[in-house]
Design a protein around this ligand. Structure first.
Ligand code: SF4
Ligand code: FES
Length: 164
């Protein structure tokens, strides 16, 4: 199973705040916020020619159609990836309903019109996709940062085939 690690992103600045990288052509621009990426690899599985963490730049939008890229970006459960269409194609829809899904041995994945505020009610994040930590070990709370894998967080009895 593809499961890139931080070692495969040696020059990434994921622990810096507010880093946002853009990869585009004249049809679509993909944005990636490293501090939200937990390397669950939905993007890599979906379009390995476009998303390849062993290549620099790791996102090459010329290697896929704008429709395919938009479809795969919307699978990103953390909201690390987003896109803007420059070719008139549809932007990401905001789901009418908000859903919260428990990931086995991992975060709560929320999809919808999500606004997370701090104790002082300032907005921390507004997005259509966020993954919230439920293992308690994230260094980027309230967001999941992938630490559940490092600490062996288990929500279900481990199975022999369970490698997440
Ligand atoms: S799908 Fe999102 S969280 Fe997963 S590796 Fe790609 S950018 Fe990171
Ligand atoms: S659930 Fe992913 S870091 Fe806690």
């Amino acid at each position: 199973m593809l499961n890139p690690t931080k070692d495969e992103f040696p020059d990434e600045t994921r622990y810096e705040r507010d880093v946002r990288k853009e990869y585009g052509n004249n049809a679509i621009v993909v944005t990636w916020e490293p501090e939200f990426c937990t390397h669950v690899a939905e993007c890599i599985r979906g379009l390995p020619g476009v998303f390849d963490p062993r290549r620099r730049p790791w996102i090459v939008v010329d290697n896929g159609s704008p429709d395919d890229i938009a479809r795969v970006v919307q699978r990103c459960p953390t909201g690390a990836l987003h896109f803007r269409r420059l070719d008139g194609g549809p932007e990401e829809p905001v789901p009418e309903q908000t859903t919260i899904r428990e990931m086995p041995n991992g975060p709560l994945v929320i999809r919808g019109r999500v606004r997370i505020t701090g104790q002082d009610r300032s907005v921390i994040r507004e997005d259509t996709r966020v993954s919230l930590c439920r293992c308690g070990s994230s260094g980027h709370k309230p967001f999941c940062d992938g630490s559940h894998r490092r600490v062996g967080f288990r929500t279900t009895p481990p199975r022999r085939s369970d490698t997440s």
